[in-house]
Design a protein around this ligand. Sequence first.
Ligand code: CP
Length: 306
Amino acid sequence: HKDLLDTDQLSLADVKRIFDTAVSFQEINERPVKKVPTLRGKSVILFFAEASTRTKTSFDVAGKRLSADTFSLASSGSSLSKGESLKDTALTLQAMAPDAIVLRHRYSGSSRFLAERLECSVINAGDGWHAHPTQALLDAFTLTQEWGSVAGKAVCILGDIAHSRVARSNVDLLTRLGATVRLCAPKTLLPMGVSTWPVEIHHNVTEAVRDANAVMCLRLQLERMQAGLLPDLREYARTFGLSPRHLERAAPNVRVLHPGPMNRGVEIDSTLADSMNSLVLDQVASGVAVRMALLFLYLTRKEAAQ
Ligand code: CP
């Protein structure tokens, strides 16, 4: 493919290739000289029209470790803030002949919109509520490294599913890799049509995490909720926040994940975030290796096809 828009366009063979490549790049990350010339001469524009710490930085680190030139553009410092359209901004960036644009934007479908209009690769770094494929890949990669395979494991995704692109991409990828996915949220924070998804649905945290091998906590995406319909944070934390008490009924050695940013004391108890069960920082480290793999595979696809 020219572009990475969501996980559903990747076959299981594609996912295996990405994971195998990420493993080979993990070795570079662990060496004292963390740079190889693999992508010298390639350029990547990191176009983040919505806030990001992990995704943007890890794409930047990934590109630089492979010797690609990376350039950052944010919404507030760009001419988007002067009314320029996404299309005109993208065509302007394309005229600078990058090999890839990594896009984060608040509109669902924004990555596809650009991918259909640009010659360079477009990598979706999160589009609205729709998809966050590189997050799902790094989550599945992290769990695969822990367990050898996610097949047959039970993964509970807990929190604001309705507004979560992370949940949507993870449900697709984890279920196709053979995991059982349980979603746990208040009814108001489950998406329309969720009953057709290949998941179990729960509204009680204790039941949802029973015998689970991993629990992925998601934050409340208050920025995507209407004013006046915001949940009471204290009540939400009491009812849907993950606490050590819940994990007593989970599988032994249950793993706790969070894509970040975390709101400690709301969707996750602070001690759990720092506990031996937590894979939160492993996810960040995996993110660099997975994004190195993706940049390598997408930026060298023409050479590989020859
Ligand atoms: N997980 C994630 O997308 O984090 P950022 O918003 O910090 O990139």
